[in-house]
Design a protein around this ligand. Structure first.
Ligand code: SF4
Length: 238
């Protein structure tokens, strides 16, 4: 039975353990708001190294944002093949660029962060092709706010830790709860470490609980390890 019970305590302890297990994440790259938004689309569902490589490839493949806007979805899909869900992501990137172009007649979103955090996040959420993850991503990385972007791998870890339970009807509200548990100063590190944990150990299939630093406090890890230690006896052959 895990000794740590409160969810904020569990997450604080998890962060310390992950800090010891994984190398410190690189300092976040400073990007213009629009670029961070497109990067956020790439980063959803995969760790930073994977998103970095794909984002770089996307930028090298096309001359500028306008060329991406007028390209076909299959062309962008091909350039994004290093990240999950690259088809829907290609479509979303075109939608975002088209929306920004029609709204602002340029690809500059420099004024967004002058509107105040809440207003800027609200405005971003209205963009076509943007979802809760990308709004939270830009809030954390470009707008200086406290946000914990929740993608599927992050939610998988939080579910296995029983920090998130059951189906989520309102992702923004669930995110608000997690943001309440994690202090702003740890938001970046938490986001990076949980993504690494999800990719390296807490995989969708066959999580490597025996190697996981969270195994003593993770209810799912405890169950998985107990099953391995005490497998059901095989029926006797007759
Ligand atoms: S103990 Fe297992 S289920 Fe729990 S976080 Fe680690 S890898 Fe995931």
């Amino acid at each position: 039975m895990p000794a740590t019970t409160s969810k904020p305590e569990l997450l604080a302890k998890a962060l310390k353990l992950l800090d010891k297990k994984f190398p410190a994440p690189n300092e976040p790259v400073t990007r213009p708001v629009l670029e961070e938004l497109i990067y956020g689309v790439c980063r959803e569902g995969c760790p930073t190294a994977q998103a970095d490589a794909t984002f770089l490839h996307l930028k090298k493949t096309f001359f500028d944002w306008n060329e991406i806007r007028v390209s076909t979805v299959p062309e962008i899909h091909e350039a994004l093949k290093g990240v999950p869900n690259n088809g829907p992501k290609a479509q979303r990137i075109v939608e975002i660029l088209q929306y920004v172009f029609e709204m602002y007649y340029s690809f500059e979103l420099g004024d967004l962060d002058k509107k105040g955090l809440r207003q800027a996040a609200k405005q971003l959420a209205r963009f076509t092709g943007v979802n809760d993850f990308t709004v939270a991503w830009v809030t954390q990385r470009s707008l200086g706010g406290h946000a914990i972007p929740l993608d599927e791998p992050t939610l998988r870890v939080l579910r296995r830790l029983k920090v998130v339970e059951g189906e989520i009807d309102d992702l923004e509200a669930a995110r608000g709860t997690i943001e309440h548990y994690i202090p702003k100063t740890s938001g970046f590190e938490f986001t990076e470490h949980i993504a690494t944990l999800a990719a390296d150990l807490c995989r969708e299939k066959q999580p490597k609980c025996a190697e996981c630093p969270l195994k003593s406090d993770c209810p799912t890890g405890q169950e998985n390890l107990a099953k391995k230690a005490d497998p059901k006896p095989k029926p006797k052959s007759r």
